[in-house]
Design a protein around this ligand. Sequence first.
Ligand code: MV4
Length: 447
Amino acid sequence: MYKRILVANRGEIALRVIRACREMGIETVAIFSEADRGSAYLDLADESYCVGSAKSSQSYLKIDRVISVAEVGNVEAIHPGYGFLAENVHFNEICRSCKIDFIGPTPDAMSLLGDKNQARKLARDAKVPVVPGSEGLVDTESQAVQVAEEIGYPVLIKATAGGGGKGMRVAANNLVLKSAFQAAKAEAEAAFGNAGVYLEKFIERPRHVEVQILADQHGNVVHLWERDCSTQRRHQKLIEESPAPNLPDHIRQDMCKAAVRLIKKANYSNAGTVEFILDQENRFYFIEVNARIQVEHPVSEMVTGIDLIKSQIAIASGEKLSVKQSQIQANGTAIECRINAENPDKNFQPNPGRIEQIISPGGFGVRLDTHVHAGYMVPPYYDSMIAKLIVHQPSRSEAIGTMLRALEELGIVGISTTASFHQKVLSHPDFVEGGVDTGFVERTWMS
Ligand code: MV4
């Protein structure tokens, strides 16, 4: 096991990793930007170093500076958290050449899964259902029209270097497709430096369900069941829960097994997520793999009792998985609400500023993952998420009750947050019934 690792991130996930390391007896080196200087959680690391000015492009994304800190701090491994450098193949390769373990998949596996068209091919080979669409990349307008006429409209053009909803365009007929195709390629080239696109049938009103995986370096792969992340707005998840409500058990079983097959085919090791969409007939289709720890990992931790951060570290250091699939049971329901420094009454406009006071909820079944405290300045430079409120209860209705109670207790004075919006969502009969689709929030509150 490692003696010392670098935590190459900020905010709640940096704190989450520092805490896990502390419990494992691993020393930590933290990094911070000028905007995060003095952040209280940095005191929980053994050492911390400034890596640049406030903008992430000048600090958390500066590979040379992060590597310098790893060298000076004498660490054996780097935990990238999520975002920033977490899925950067170049950074992963540099860690390797500097003989620092990257706590994540190999550069090859990361590169393969980062290319959505290649990942789709891999899924097909693993007999994992994919959305009907193009065989591979679509190079010409006429080829696009041909595929679209075969599968039927509406279709979705997706950038192979995209993901998370970036670089997608819907087309409902030949005319729209022709112009959308060229625009999508130009956009993909500009955004990702890769103009490759492929086509899928557009699935209307899907649910977003993803399977949590753990895979070690010895070929062992297990799943930790699924999360439903359908409660989202503009591709930003708001609420995540496990298990997915109203999902027939045979479909859950099939989907989780499919995810394991795909991860085995990819030679992947690390925690990871296999993302699916479910159509209105509960058919599931592979969408993409997230080759990192995700924001919403706590709901899977709560239902399974497995610490995913500790597991990532153990896997990277070469240990075998300590659990067999048959030992991984999902108990009860866990729900997470993302608390963002945003004003839900002003179109979720970011609302950075000073937190004058914070009252943290507690009690049975409540977990609050946050780095913020009274007097904390929420900087305007990064993602607006400041806390994750997670509850765990035997049943979904009890979990909703606990979450409503915890949201009521949560007091944040000084800035607006999404907490009030969560209370509306959790009280809505469609959410309470369970199984809302990805358009629920926008249909119900934004139109
Ligand atoms: C889709 C889709 C409908 N049909 N693919 C958006 C994020 C990216 N990970 C995949 N996404 C979608 N792919 C087909 N063929 C609808 C979405 C989608 C979506 C997916 C998951 C979570 C939220 C979403 C919101 C809008 C659209």
